[in-house]
Ligand binder design. Structure first.
Ligand SMILES: Nc1ncnc2c1ncn2[C@@H]1O[C@H](COP(=O)(O)OP(=O)(O)OP(=O)(O)O)[C@@H](O)[C@H]1O
Ligand code: NI
Length: 383
C-alpha cells in the first residue's frame, strides 16, 4: 500500500515474485455473464488477476467496466440472472473456490476474504448496536464470547482509531458519521481476521479529508496484519496513493497491467492514457475536466475486436476486426502488459496484428478462452 513516489514495489523484490511464490488470490479466465431475455451481458469477460501476500493491487476503470462484478464473483455473491461460467478459475491460497457451496462461501467470507463496500450501511444492521454486531462477528467466526468478546471489540474499535471506543460500542450505526461508520465496518471485517481484503470504492462517498484518513488506516492495518488488498476504484488519484500494481479494466476486460509507478510514468494503452488525462488538476490551464468522450459499451457479444476502438484516438482499421490480447509492451520489463494492437513495441503494425491474431486463435477467441495454465504459460498475467 506504499505510495508510488516512494514506492518499494520493485526494489524490495516484489517484482520478482513470478514463479517463486504462490499468490494468495489467483483469478484465471474469469467470465461472469448476466443472461436476460434479449441478450447475454459479458460483464466480466475472461480476466486474470493475481494478488500476492501483503500487496495492494488496484482494479480501475470507468463506471460499468465490470469491477464490482469481479469482486462479487470472487466473494460468491453473484446473483440471478448472473452466472460465473464454469471455465473460470478462482484460487484462494491454492484452493479452487468457484465450486464452493453456500456454506463454504459463508465460511470464506467469515474468515478468509473480507469485503468493504462503498456504503457502510449496507454492511451494518440498523437495529443493533455497533458493539453487538462486532461481538456477533467474533462469536460466529472465531468463537469468542462474553467479556473476552467485549474486550476484543474495544481493541478492534481502537485499531480502527475510533475514539472513546468503550462508549461507542453501545451506539447504533446511525449515531456514527460516514467516516466513523466505514471504520466500524472495517473493525467488523477485522473481527473475522481475513487474509485478503477486497475494497470496492470504500471511500467514494466520503469527503476528501475523511477519504485520506481511511486510506491511511487501511495502509496501517495492512502493515500491521500483513493483509493483501484488492482495491477497486474509478479514481486514478487513489490508485496512485495506495496501490503497488494496477489492472485497468474496460468493458469486461483487463486492458493494461503494470506496477503503479510505471503505469503513471509510462501508460501504454490509449484507454489508460485517457484515464490519466482525466485526473483533475492534470491540466491547470483548463477549467473543464477532460474526460474520454463516449461511454463504456455494454459487452453483449463476444469480443472479436477492440471494445475501446470506437473511442480510441489511435484506432486503425484492424482494431475493428482483431481482438487484442494482453501482450508485453516491449522486451523489458516483463511485468507491463497491454491488450492493444499497437504492441509489442518493436513489431511493425502488420506483425503486431498477426501476433494478436495468432494468440487469439490459440486462445480460441470469441467462444471459450484459455485455461489458467495456458494463460500462465504465455504470460497472461503480468507477473
Ligand atoms: N444484476 C445485473 N443484471 C444485468 N446486468 C448486470 C447486473 N449487474 C451488473 N451488470 C452488468 O455488468 C456491468 C458491469 O457492472 P459493474 O457493477 O461491475 O461495474 P463497475 O465497474 O463496478 O462500475 P461502477 O464504477 O459504476 O461501480 C454493468 O454495466 C451491467 O451491464
Ligand atoms: Ni462498482
Amino acid at each position: 500500500m506504499s505510495a508510488p513516489p516512494s514506492g518499494d514495489s520493485v526494489e524490495d523484490g516484489r517484482g520478482d515474485r513470478r514463479g517463486q511464490e504462490e499468490p494468495v488470490l489467483s483469478v484465471r479466465n474469469l467470465q461472469t455473464v448476466f443472461r436476460t431475455d434479449r441478450e447475454t451481458i459479458r460483464a466480466v469477460d475472461g480476466i486474470d488477476l493475481d494478488l500476492y501476500e501483503g500487496e495492494t493491487v488496484g482494479l480501475v476503470g470507468e463506471s460499468g467496466s465490470g469491477k464490482s462484478v469481479t469482486a462479487r464473483s470472487i466473494m460468491g455473491l453473484v446473483e440471478e440472472p448472473g452466472e460465473v461460467l464454469p471455465e473460470s478459475s478462482i484460487r484462494f491460497k491454492g484452493e479452487e473456490i468457484t465450486d464452493y457451496d453456500t456454506a463454504q462461501y459463508q465460511e470464506l467470507r467469515g474468515s478468509g476474504i473480507g469485503m468493504i463496500f462503498q456504503d457502510p450501511l449496507s454492511s451494518l444492521n440498523p437495529v443493533f448496536t455497533v458493539g453487538n454486531q462486532i461481538r456477533e462477528a467474533l462469536k460466529v467466526n472465531r468463537g469468542i464470547t462474553g467479556e473476552a468478546a467485549r474486550e476484543e471489540a474495544i481493541d478492534l474499535l481502537e485499531a480502527v482509531q475510533i475514539p472513546d471506543a468503550a462508549r461507542r460500542l453501545g451506539e447504533y450505526p446511525h449515531e456514527f458519521s460516514g467516516g466513523m461508520r466505514q471504520r466500524a465496518v472495517i473493525a467488523m471485517m477485522l473481527a473475522c481476521d481475513p487474509e485478503v481484503l477486497i475494497c470496492d470504492e470504500p471511500t467514494t462517498a466520503l469527503d476528501v479529508t475523511i477519504q485520506a484518513q481511511i486510506l491511511e488506516l487501511l495502509s496501517d492495518l495492512q502493515d500491521e496484519r500483513g493483509l493483501s488488498i484488492l482495491f477497486i476504484t474509478h479514481d486514478m488519484g487513489v490508485i496512485a496513493d495506495i496501490t503497488d500494481r494496477v489492472n485497468v479494466m474496460y468493458a469486461g476486460e483487463i486492458v493494461e497491467k503494470a506496477p503503479t509507478e510505471e503505469l503513471f510514468a509510462d501508460p501504454r494503452h490509449p484507454y489508460t492514457e485517457g484515464l490519466l488525462e482525466a485526473i483533475p488538476g492534470q491540466h491547470a490551464d483548463e477549467d473543464r475536466l477532460r474526460t474520454i468522450e463516449g461511454e463504456v459499451p455494454t459487452p453483449n457479444e463476444a469480443a472479436t475486436h477492440c471494445r475501446f476502438a470506437p473511442r480510441c484516438p489511435k484506432a486503425f482499421e484492424e482494431c475493428e476486426a482483431v481482438h487484442p490480447e494482453l501482450v508485453d509492451v516491449d522486451e523489458s520489463p516483463a511485468d507491463h502488459t497491454a491488450a492493444c494492437l499497437l504492441y509489442p513495441e518493436g513489431m511493425s503494425k502488420g506483425e503486431a496484428v498477426a501476433h494478436h491474431e495468432r494468440l487469439g486463435e490459440a486462445h480460441g477467441d470469441g467462444n471459450s478462452r484459455p485455461t489458467g495454465e495456458d494463460v500462465a504459460a504465455d504470460g497472461g498475467d503480468s507477473r
